[in-house]
Design a protein around this ligand. Structure first.
Ligand code: HXC
Length: 514
């Protein structure tokens, strides 16, 4: 009998805690189009797979009347579960409990699940929905953030870390997501900023909405802080689930291969690149022509769109794709696209994912804006990331590969294992027009018809250099292939590179141009 009573008591306690901040607060949460923290976990994880820990944790703060406040689970839910059968660690801040604000015990719970994730080699998923540091707890809240940032950093490159912004994420709180691998945002729901509108109004006298300051669109299109944008929480969870199928459990695990499927495009790959080299095309059409099932999972789709990055499978195994996008700014490397590519290359390298690079770019973007924005420093990140990566690196030059762009985009000189070129490739120090104007300036100026002479010199230069055969004659590219042979030759290259092993000189760590 006694045990029955004890069980009843336990159930009652659980039910009370599961009500979070109470009916009114839950109603407010739902009226804002947001799920509750528990619903979010339930929706994301496999059915009945969630095991919660630290449900009974309580704060011990007595200042500011806090002694009277019971905060269910101290405003955060932590636990383990599975996604498609793969184990994950998860925390979800509960905005219905003191605005999901982070106090000492709240942070201790997050740290506990982070430590489990690192120790047991599981991905960590953090759902952020919080008013930030719990004001009543002062420096203890700040200490909590510091502990989280430290663990984000030491876990980086060991286990995948995913941040989901499903409400406010303000002040220093933004730095935990910023330290993680992938940040997911949802239209109208996600808000990320260092300083909120009220402070901005006080300090700068400017009125700005939360949405314009740091809404989902801002971080997906302008800042590049977010990697995935969804229109609803449900869509966001589907995106997370899909990502989980492409990435390994940790840097010691391989992504389980799935049944390979051929691409299913309705167009011919050789028809993608237009005859006129000045015309753009969508590099994603090339990717879809070579990946399994034409299934390409793009990352940071709306930011620095002149670079396309994402995951696809070749022969059932995950590959990371790093591709210039001729459709946007002719696919140039600039400050943002360099950052985008470099970070993704390092991600793939850390988690043993082979990198496939598709090249078509006129080079680094010239101009005072880019120079002053630090295109030298940012552009160097691409060189660094490719050079340092030891995973299999396969490159296909589709069309233009000019100047620094040729070197930066996974060239042989940065230790690509295999470099192939389509017959449409143009590999040269710069584009024919620019080159002819410089090296034949005198002849053009002195000609009876300068324009005719210019055209003739451009043609001469094109015939001599704007092709793949000069680079092939030096062995800088391994072979010139027909576009339709691309998938087959990449599959073969991936197969032979499976056991690739290279070692770099000993160092504590390098000093990349951060
Ligand atoms: C304690 C907080 C809180 C906080 C919200 N609440 N934020 N309690 N500390 N930081 C409480 C509210 O008092 C309220 O409690 C409940 O949560 C819901 O908040 P509302 O304001 O009613 O919600 P809403 O109108 O939706 O506004 C959400 C909000 C706003 C925009 C996030 O609450 C807000 O501006 N909060 C403060 C944000 C902030 O400046 N945080 C500190 C950042 S500094 P009751 O009891 O009324 O339900 C920081 C430093 C970290 O984080 C540094 C790390 C290095």
């Amino acid at each position: 009998m006694a045990i029955k009573n004890k069980i009843q008591e336990l159930r009652k306690k659980r039910e009370e805690i599961q009500m979070g901040g109470g009916e009114k607060a839950i109603e407010k949460q739902v009226s804002m189009g947001k799920m509750t923290a528990r619903d979010r976990i339930r929706t994301l994880l496999d059915e009945d797979s969630f095991q919660e820990y630290d449900m009974f944790v309580e704060h011990d703060v007595r200042d500011f009347d806090m002694g009277k406040k019971v905060l269910a689970g101290d405003g955060v839910i932590i636990g383990t579960g599975t996604i498609f059968g793969k184990p994950v660690c998860i925390f979800a801040q509960d905005f219905t409990v003191a605005g999901g604000s982070l106090g000492a015990m709240h942070s201790r719970k997050i740290v506990k699940i982070m430590e489990h994730a690192l120790k047991m080699k599981m991905p960590l998923i953090g759902i952020n929905d919080s008013g930030g540091a719990r004001i009543q707890e002062g420096v203890n809240s700040l200490a909590g953030y510091g502990e989280i940032f430290f663990r984000n950093t030491i876990s980086s490159g060991v286990i995948p870390q995913i941040s989901v912004i499903l409400g406010p994420c303000a002040g220093g709180a933004v730095y935990s997501p910023a330290l993680t691998d992938f940040v997911f945002v949802v239209e109208n729901i996600s808000k990320m900023f260092i300083t909120g509108p009220e402070v901005i109004k006080t300090v700068l006298g400017e009125e700005i909405s939360m949405e314009d300051l740091g809404g989902a669109k801002v971080h997906s299109e302008i800042t590049g802080n977010a990697h995935f944008y969804a229109r609803s929480e449900k869509e966001c969870f589907e995106q997370i689930k899909k990502l989980m199928t492409f990435i390994p459990r940790s840097n010691e695990h391989k992504v389980p291969a799935i049944e390979p499927k051929p691409p299913k495009t309705s167009y011919a790959i050789e028809d993608i690149v237009p005859d006129d080299p000045k015309l753009p095309y969508d590099v994603r059409d090339v990717i879809k022509s070579i990946v399994d099932d034409s299934d390409f999972f793009e990352i940071q789709e709306y930011w620095a769109a002149n670079m396309v990055i994402g995951f696809g499978r070749m022969g059932g195994k995950t590959c990371g794709f790093v591709c210039n996008q001729p459709l946007v700014l002719a696919g140039v490397l600039d400050v943002d696209s360099s950052d985008k590519a470099a970070r993704f290359i390092r991600y793939c390298d850390a988690f043993n994912i082979p990198i496939v690079t598709l090249v078509d770019l006129p080079g680094y973007l010239p101009g005072i804006d880019q120079e002053h924005a630090g295109v030298i420093r940012h552009g160097a990140k691409v060189l660094y990331a490719y050079s340092e990566a030891t995973v299999p690196k396969l490159t296909v030059i589709l069309r233009k590969a000019y100047g620094g762009g040729y070197i930066a985009m996974g060239s042989r000189h940065l230790r690509a294992d295999f470099v192939f070129a389509w017959p449409t490739a143009e590999i040269a120090v710069m584009g024919p027009e620019g080159a002819a104007n410089i090296i034949f300036r005198k002849e053009i100026m002195e000609a009876a018809n300068p324009e005719e002479m210019r055209q003739q010199k451009v043609k001469e230069y094109k015939e001599k250099f704007a092709n793949p055969y000069v680079a092939a004659s030096r062995g800088y590219i391994d072979t010139v292939i027909e576009p339709s042979e691309t998938r087959k030759i990449l599959l073969h290259a991936l197969e032979v590179a499976t056991e690739k092993s290279v070692s770099l000189p000993y160092k504590k760590h390098g000093i990349p141009p951060f």
